[in-house]
Design a protein around this ligand. Structure first.
Ligand code: SF4
Length: 302
């Protein structure tokens, strides 16, 4: 146990994370806030046994990749970009800003391999495209057997915080989650406030972050995103079409594995977004889905 770990939580700097550590950087405002505060806690530069990794699905908006690049440059960090690739050892390809996939290639390759599309209860995308890639890099490239996985969950995300802490009790992967933002009591408003005072920012509203049309976003958000940029829905429509004829082992249709969202395909969602039918019922974001809301800063962390 380190001297820092023995201090009472009230006077411990939670950003001085235990090491070795791997920081999961989602490319959102919250995890960038956390990253900057960790850098500051270490006097302006990270020690060599703290790595920062961004797992690219290929469906992040260009502004997110640019934000990752700018954070790295502005803060003097070597942020590692990884992607799922079945043909690369340990299924993990290291890319950079220039070579990162931008058309959902890693995600589409996973769907081809598995034969079904993920959904809210079977989040193979989170598992294979993000968590496994970061763990694979830590284990096989960094040579770590046990490490601290630093995750940007805030104090106002209590359900996810509790779930993550509970999972730690039974962790068999070698990754022990550390949640400095939750420990420091940081809430969404603190993060947004801080970004207002920075010389650069993520170039998109937070609701547009992560995989642009992620099935975990509320319908109102998706309608809004698709209405603003209808072509964003096309990749999702294409993936659902690829597995449309899928059946289970007994030959029966297996609806849940053909759709990202229950009850509505992305083709139907796009049609609704572009029709006037929904103009007056859900084009406005729900109270928790405002353009400023950072409530969707990578649900992929849990
Ligand atoms: S952002 Fe959504 S769609 Fe993308 S990997 Fe995470 S859960 Fe899957």
């Amino acid at each position: 146990m380190t001297a820092t770990a023995r201090l009472p939580r009230s006077i411990r700097n939670s950003y001085r994370v235990p090491r070795p550590a791997v920081v999961s950087f989602s490319g959102g405002r919250t995890s960038a806030y956390m990253l900057r505060h960790i850098v500051d806690a270490y006097g302006g530069s990270l020690p060599p046994d703290i790595a920062v990794i961004f797992a690219n699905t290929g469906l992040e908006r260009p502004e997110t990749l640019e934000f990752v690049e700018v954070c790295g440059r502005a803060w003097g960090l070597d942020i590692v970009l990884v992607e799922y690739d079945w043909d690369t050892p340990h299924r993990t390809r290291v890319v950079d800003f220039a070579t990162a996939s931008r058309n959902g290639e890693p995600y589409a390759a996973l769907i081809d391999r598995k034969g079904f599309v993920p959904n809210p209860t079977l989040r193979a995308c989170t598992h294979f495209l993000k968590r496994d890639r970061i763990e694979s890099y830590a284990r096989h490239r960094l040579g770590l057997k046990r490490w601290h996985a630093v995750i940007g969950l805030r104090a106002d995300e209590q359900r996810r915080v509790l779930r993550m802490r509970a999972r730690n009790c039974g962790s068999r992967t070698g990754a022990h989650a550390v949640l400095p933002l939750a420990d420091a009591g940081v809430r969404e408003a603190d993060v947004l406030d801080w970004w207002k005072r920075q010389p650069f920012d993520l170039g998109i509203p937070s609701y547009a972050g992560n995989c642009a049309c992620c099935f975990l976003k509320g319908r109102a958000k998706l309608i809004r995103i698709i209405r603003e940029n209808p072509t964003l829905a096309d990749w999702w429509i294409e993936q659902e079409a690829k597995v449309a004829n899928r059946t289970g082992p007994d030959g029966r249709a297996c609806e849940s594995m053909k759709r990202f969202r229950l009850g509505e395909t992305y083709a139907e969602l796009k049609a609704a977004a572009l029709s006037h039918r929904d103009l007056f019922d859900d084009s406005e974001p729900a109270p928790d889905e405002s353009a400023a809301s950072d409530s969707f800063d990578c649900h992929c962390t849990d």
